[in-house]
Design a protein around this ligand. Structure first.
Ligand SMILES: [Zn+2]
Length: 393
């Protein structure tokens, strides 16, 4: 007998941008969405188990940019990545559990050593540990003087091609490049441009020929334009994008993935690196510049999504920050669901509640369209129709 499950809430937000369905219900059959609508209008097959979730039923979250092994509050993020697979893996087990428990049903992992993300995906899919569905980029590509370098660096056109090929062979879905400097390291400045055009082109060519897409860590400066011209599919962070960069992103229809919690939340860079003057000065300066820039960027019509960049469990904070920056709450919800799925190239299977898609469902206590922080109160998480019930360890 086919098993059926129905999730009933005060409303259903399907993520397509359509108005919420009051007294809504989502009917699930064999891990997929079979139907949705007003509860009174749905015909439930005999034996359907109805879960009274209350609150708002919506698509599971898609964390468009995170990592498995990092806990930002412990400080020295690249130092954490330099550790061996065991300590990194132990942190990752808790992190992935936390992601799923907060409603994240799909996460794009933006760089690990040891192919830790591939191992985590295997463990999650094998039922050994709870976690979201992972999109992996394996070992990220950064130059010998670049941001994000831990154990592995990659230089030169041939080196880029080889690393991409190795990542593809290991089963990666995405390729991640570090194009500019970053906040959580003392090295390259935010607008420094650490790969040549030829190196970026080689990585994009190899990735695209293998049917993989390319994400670039880039805050600002000339590297953004070069990255986009050479085929990079998503720009990560983008705190200092120029108006011209934003126009180019729009013209090309590419996504900007914002990551705010790491910069603004007290458990982010602030917790551990407040006393590291070189990092803290970057944080203070960037908080001011980014808030001002992002209000304009988000209103410009550019396509965007959000990710927590290792701030596990804080997708709600990312979406709440969008609202703080002037985004309509429905768009903020979409930026963490439908649009994030588009940015990650998985919109065909997840990101919205539509017939035939994977039953990736989050129910929250309250109405995020009236109070965006309702997203911080998950009641029920289903990944592929399977219920995740947090246990108290
Ligand atoms: Zn990152």
């Amino acid at each position: 007998m086919t098993e059926h499950l129905a999730v009933h809430g005060e409303q259903v937000i399907d993520g397509t941008g359509a108005a919420p369905i009051p007294d809504g219900m989502v009917l699930i059959e064999e891990g997929r969405i079979r139907d949705l609508g007003r509860a009174s209008r749905l015909t439930l097959p005999a034996g359907t188990e109805v879960v009274e979730a209350g609150g708002t039923v919506m698509p599971g979250l898609v964390n468009a940019h995170t990592h498995c092994s990092i806990i930002p509050g412990l400080g020295d993020q690249t130092g954490q990545m330099k550790q061996g697979p065991l300590p990194s893996g132990l942190r990752a087990v808790g992190n992935m559990r936390r992601e799923l428990g907060s409603g994240v049903t799909t996460a794009r992992i933006m760089g690990e050593e040891h192919y830790l993300d591939i191992e985590m995906r295997r463990a999650i899919e094998g039922g050994l540990i709870p976690g979201p569905r992972l999109l992996c980029c394996g070992v990220h590509l950064t130059s010998s003087h670049g941001h994000g370098r831990a154990l592995t660096t990659t230089d030169g056109v041939d080196g880029m091609r080889q690393r991409v090929r190795q990542n593809v062979a290991m089963g990666c879905d995405w390729i991640k490049l570090f194009i500019t400097g970053g906040v959580s390291s003392v090295g390259a400045a935010l607008e420094a441009y650490t790969y040549t055009r030829e190196e970026i082109r080689a990585a994009c060519e190899e990735a695209h020929r293998a049917g993989r897409r390319v994400a670039a860590h880039a805050h600002g400066g000339p590297g953004i334009r070069v990255a986009l011209e050479e085929g990079v599919d998503t720009i990560e962070h983008g705190a200092l994008l120029s108006d011209d960069d934003v126009e180019l992103l729009k013209d090309l229809g590419r996504f900007l993935v914002g990551t705010f919690a790491i910069l603004y939340h007290p458990d982010g860079i602030e917790r551990a690196d407040r006393h590291n003057r070189a990092i803290w000065e970057k944080v203070v300066a960037l908080r001011e510049q980014e808030a001002e820039r992002f209000r304009k960027i988000l209103a410009s019509g550019v396509r965007y999504a959000v990710g927590t960049d290792s701030m596990h469990g804080l997708m709600w904070f990312e979406m709440a920050t969008l609202v703080r920056f002037g985004v309509d709450p429905m768009d903020a919800v979409r930026a963490g669901t439908a649009w994030a799925a588009e940015a990650c190239s998985v919109a065909g299977t997840t990101g919205t509640l539509e017939r035939g898609k994977s039953a990736d469902v989050l129910a929250v206590d309250g109405d995020p369209l009236k109070e965006i922080e309702a997203l911080a109160r998950p009641r029920l998480v289903l990944k592929g129709g399977v219920r995740f019930i947090p246990s108290p360890w």
